[in-house]
Design a protein around this ligand. Structure first.
Ligand code: SF4
Length: 592
């Protein structure tokens, strides 16, 4: 075990913690990020949850991550159980294991970590002495069902709102004589808690959810919880380390949600109503960050709409730093903002047209025209920004070849803004992803496009753009998008598919291929026909869900009505746009 202990020691030595933690609490809890250390440490949600737990006087909180490949090998060879980063304490010895889940594609890692920790993968097989395995994070807000067999209890809502209440209740039950199951039932009383063992889904002969039996008290609805005033909880980098995917950046969360309602985007619906931090609060966080790092990453679903963003970027520049906002919506970029970013010699700014044609941008409700995109590119390039990153998608509903060609045409026009400017010709990088339908969005009913079709479109795009100098096309593999869609739109039965992938050494694509070949129809599970060998994953990925269908995630109350999402879907197909949120007067989706 020398390898893992030494690596943990080196990592801890390189960290700088910006808050003081309590170490005297009675509740041993391990916060787990289901990916490797550099990925987890770049996640603001994980860092925020860690600070809340580590500062709570009731807790003794440590962290754990997915073992690195060489560590996993050592653990297997020596039959040693995986342990926490801080004290190398086996995960099995904690009372609580809390998974922070941001991305569906990390789900398989939950199984790897539990197996490495010698903890039964299935919640129903755990015994009294095992830790309670809880989970929260954005992926669980959308649809926790694909991992419901592995998690004892979910906390569906923002951590600042839920974690203190959970700890309060847990502190009351932990030393009681209640059984593990009764403790979980008591904890499930917390608003936003979801205890899968109280919910049993049933399926019809076509494999769709027919009904969900609920055995708890109260209503079978779980209301996801949000913080009202973000200024009360500044969310910034709390532990600095050179070993993160964001390198030397200090991260400041500026907002949650988005006012624009792009119809493919989960963040625009799951966090409604949008909440922005005040300029004063942002400047305060930025000033603290500039004590530590010169580059400030401003994080939000869409940063150009953030009130006071140009002033915050100027403030960073005047202090000798550099602002690095996440994606900007082109039509709300002002000349002041472009100037503030340009004078700081920003290497790269990201704008997200998402689609190449006006028609497709109307379908996805981008509320963005080509002249607006070109004007933003001109301002950014003219003010000194050295390169632009552009986000696009292919495989959107009703997409034609002309829509895909539109991506290449628009890129060529943006590229020409560099050529026209006196500045040195910069880079244009396209990041092109396949559309993956997400729960709680108006496009949740739509199927993902077939993989061969997506490949053709991506290849065509690369070919069209190959002649433009300094234009790079980065594409996500359509297989990854398939995997992501399966885990986004799956139901409780998807847990069995994950189990099969885990048994197959993590080779998820060969399991998907086998299931697609052998499982033509869904059949009722039985000992003779284990569900993982009869469930075709295309059912969740390539099927248009019925307009009356019960979704696996319908039990969550996001405040946004399903009827509103349905109307938005119909408007998409009619190419009609919806204006951005006006939280002062509007009640249309019912979130305000
Ligand atoms: S009620 Fe209106 S303003 Fe509020 S989140 Fe819904 S659409 Fe946006």
């Amino acid at each position: 075990m020398w390898l893992t202990t030494e690596r943990a020691r080196l990592r801890l030595a390189k960290e700088k913690r910006l808050f003081s933690a309590s170490s005297a609490g009675e509740i041993p809890i391990c916060l787990v990020y289901p990916n490797r250390y550099p990925v987890g440490m770049a996640n603001l949600g994980f860092q925020a949850a860690y600070k809340i737990l580590a500062q709570d006087p009731r807790c003794r909180c440590e962290r754990a991550f997915l073992p690195d490949p060489d560590e996993a090998l050592v653990l297997r060879r020596t039959a040693t159980a995986w342990a926490s980063l801080e004290n190398q304490r086996p995960l099995l010895d904690f009372e609580l294991l809390a998974f922070s889940l941001s991305f569906e594609t990390d789900y398989l890692h939950i199984l790897n970590i539990l197996a490495a920790a010698h903890i039964p993968l299935l919640a129903r097989e755990r015994e009294e002495h095992h830790p309670l395995v809880i989970a929260g994070g954005p992926a669980t807000f959308l649809n926790p069902e694909p991992v419901a067999d592995f998690i004892d209890l979910f906390l569906i809502g923002e951590g600042e709102e839920m974690i203190p209440e959970f700890l309060e209740r847990y502190a009351q039950v932990r030393t009681s004589k209640l059984s593990r199951k009764d403790k979980l039932i008591t904890l499930s009383d917390i608003e936003g808690a979801y205890l899968p063992l109280l919910f049993t889904p049933h399926y019809d002969e076509q494999g769709r959810v027919a009904r969900v039996d609920y055995r708890g008290t109260g209503t079978p609805t779980v209301r996801r919880r949000l913080v009202k005033n973000l200024d009360v909880y500044p969310t910034t980098s709390q532990i600095l380390t050179p070993e993160t995917v964001f390198g030397d950046m200090y991260l400041v969360e500026a907002s949650r949600g988005c006012e624009w309602g792009c119809r493919f985007c989960a963040a625009g619906f799951m966090y409604r109503p949008v909440r922005y931090r005040s300029t004063e609060s942002l400047k305060q966080s930025v000033a603290e960050g500039l004590q530590e790092r010169s580059t400030i990453g401003l994080i939000g679903a869409e940063m150009a709409s953030q009130p006071g963003i140009a002033a915050v970027c100027e403030f960073i520049g005047q202090a000798g730093g550099r602002a690095s906002p996440s994606s900007l919506k082109a039509d709300v970029i002002t000349q002041d903002l472009a100037h503030a970013l340009g004078v700081q010699h920003n290497r790269s700014v990201t704008i997200a047209p998402e689609a190449g044609s006006e028609r497709m941008r109307r379908i996805i409700n981008k509320n963005l025209t080509e002249p607006e995109i070109l004007r933003a590119a001109e301002w950014l390039v003219g003010s000194g920004v050295q390169s632009l990153k552009l986000y696009f998608m292919v495989g959107l509903p009703t997409e034609t070849l002309e829509d895909v060609e539109g991506i290449a045409d628009l890129t060529a026009k943006i590229h020409s803004k560099f050529c026209e400017s006196k500045a040195k010709v910069g880079d244009v990088t396209l990041s092109v992803n396949a559309f993956s339908p997400k729960p709680w969005t108006p496009l949740q009913w739509e199927p993902m496009a077939e993989i061969p079709r997506l490949r053709e479109k991506l290849a065509g795009l690369r070919k069209r753009l190959a002649c433009l100098p300094r234009v790079t096309v980065d594409t996500e593999s359509p297989r990854e998008a398939y995997y992501q869609t399966l885990l986004s739109r799956g139901d409780r039965r998807t847990s069995q598919v994950l189990l099969e992938m885990h048994r197959n050494g993590g080779d998820w694509w060969s399991v998907i291929q086998r299931l697609r070949r052998t499982a033509k129809t869904w059949t009722t599970p039985s000992p003779q026909h284990p569900i993982a060998s009869t469930l075709n994953p295309d059912f969740f990925v390539h099927r248009r869900y019925g307009s009356e269908e019960i979704f696996p995630w319908d039990f969550i109350d996001h405040s946004v009505s399903k009827q509103y999402l349905w109307v938005e879907w119909r408007k998409a197909l009619l190419e009609r746009q919806t204006p951005p949120c006006d939280v002062t007067t509007c009640h249309s989706c019912e979130a305000c």
